[in-house]
Design a protein around this ligand. Structure first.
Ligand code: ZN
Length: 463
């Protein structure tokens, strides 16, 4: 038995501890990719193609060499030797893409760590994303240079897990945001615009996918990045043909960033409901908006004994240590008495209103969670839960799914993925039930294909 097939077997032991399975997988898997790719034919599926179009019924998909080779109807013939799977009653959608996640900042999903950016930990997180059907992530800052080594290995087919896009270290503020523990080579905190330009040049040379900046005074507690610094960052990045994504919180900051050329707002505006001036400016400047509801909701929802916390889908992603934290005596009381909790609840609701307003006005909406930044923002689970929170905000399930697939591929300039069409990567989520009826059905994962590889196995497959 190969390490690869061991992993698949372990991963489908859904009755057992997937936290344990995950650890076993981490030990076995580094350096692997399945050597041989089968030609796979998926038949009779309902397909949500990621473009926003209505679903198609009775679709056949032919997967070869990591790509979707052909999309057709029931009449499509299977090539000789193809593995054929009848997906009657199943729904196929593109693998999820998170345009705001982080690697290596938490350990065991349970603790923040300045020393967690290790090969073993990062690889384990990539595998967890992939197994949950999140086939591509943008690690939006606070990456050590190891990320470039891992990205290269992955592109050479030698590393498991979700496909890595990265913002490298990113640019924060001395004694300011981001207030996270980090190693010396994990973030830049320039004090002059000249230094900021040098930092951008260094990241551009490392071929980052986007530059990340933090523009937030954290409710007046810390110094904020000055417009002089972020204007220099945006200008220098654009000279190098790299775009800039901003962590922001306040409407006034968001307005200024958009006016000064930022390309992506990587969180909801949360201090107030956005006005029409901002809406027009977002559209005029073609700026992407990524809500990340998980950021605020994850600060308090686990103290409310939410129903989803009883599901294996949640518990296996959270892992034993985080589950123990949630059920520890006094945990819920501590959260509910924390003065920040009311602020998070208020910010969450303002963010919900703003998504609906911006979406309805035609602003480009992407998808991200900030998973992996702090314990409770759980890689893999957070992405499915975020879809539900976007629906809570007033999007339809189809609109939320489109943001997380086809639209996010556009945000990432990753035209090779995000939709189901000939020539696209075979990154697919196969579901037991239709997520357009209930967005919670994205959690009913029957199979995951990443790069044509069957990551979560097909139970009862027909061979
Ligand atoms: Zn973040």
């Amino acid at each position: 038995m190969t390490a690869r097939s061991n992993f698949v077997v372990i991963a489908i032991l859904l009755g057992g501890s997937l936290a344990r399975a995950q650890n076993a997988a981490v030990q076995q898997v580094p350096g692997r990719r399945m050597p041989v790719q089968q030609v796979v034919m998926l038949r009779n599926a309902r397909v949500i193609d990621g473009t926003g179009a209505a679903p198609q019924e009775h679709v056949s998909l032919l997967l070869r060499n990591g790509k979707i080779e052909q999309v057709g109807g029931a009449e499509m013939a299977a090539p000789a030797g193809a593995q054929v799977h009848d997906l009657t009653g199943k729904t196929v959608m593109p693998g999820l893409i998170s345009a705001h996640s982080h690697l290596g900042l938490i350990v065991d999903d349970a603790e923040s760590s300045a020393t967690g950016y290790t090969r073993e930990n990062v690889t384990g997180q990539l595998i967890q994303y992939e197994r949950y059907g999140v086939t591509t992530i943008l690690s939006l800052g606070l990456n050590r240079d190891l990320v470039f080594v891992l990205r290269d290995e992955q592109q050479a087919g030698r590393l498991a897990g979700a496909s890595i896009f990265t913002a490298g270290r990113g640019i924060g503020v001395p004694d300011g945001a981001p207030p996270l523990l980090s190693a010396a080579d994990q973030i830049y905190r320039p004090t002059t615009d000249k230094d900021a330009r040098r930092d951008v040049d260094e990241m551009a040379a490392q071929r980052v996918d986007i530059i990340k900046i933090w523009v937030d005074k954290l409710h007046g507690k810390v110094p904020e990045m000055t417009p002089e610094i972020y204007k220099a960052v945006i200008d220098e990045a654009h000279k190098r043909h790299v775009r800039v994504a901003a962590h922001e919180y306040a409407l006034e900051d968001a307005k200024q960033l958009v006016a000064d050329g930022v390309d992506v707002l990587a969180h909801s505006v949360r201090d107030q409901v956005v006005d029409d001036v901002f809406v027009r400016s977002m559209k005029q400047h073609h700026v992407w908006y990524v809500p990340t509801f998980t950021v605020d909701e994850s600060a308090y929802i686990y103290a409310q004994n939410a129903a989803f916390m009883q599901t294996p889908f949640f518990q296996q992603a959270a892992g034993a240590k985080l589950m123990a934290k949630f059920s520890a005596p006094g945990y819920a009381e501590k959260i509910m008495q924390d003065p920040q909790t009311a602020q998070h609840q208020k910010d969450f609701e303002v963010g919900q209103k703003n998504l609906k307003k911006l979406f309805d006005a035609g602003v480009s909406v992407g998808f991200g969670t900030d998973s992996g930044a702090l314990p409770g923002r759980i890689p893999g689970f957070a992405e499915h839960h975020e879809l539900a929170l976007m629906v809570r905000a007033g999007l339809t399930p189809l609109q939320a799914i489109t943001a997380a697939t086809g639209e996010n591929a556009k945000l990432l300039h990753a035209g090779d993925r995000g939709t189901i069409a000939p020539g696209k990567r075979a990154d697919l989520l196969v579901l037991d039930a239709d997520p357009l009826v209930d967005i919670g059905n994205t959690q009913r994962i029957f199979a995951v294909y990443h790069d044509g590889h069957n990551i979560v196995d097909l139970p009862g497959r027909t061979k």
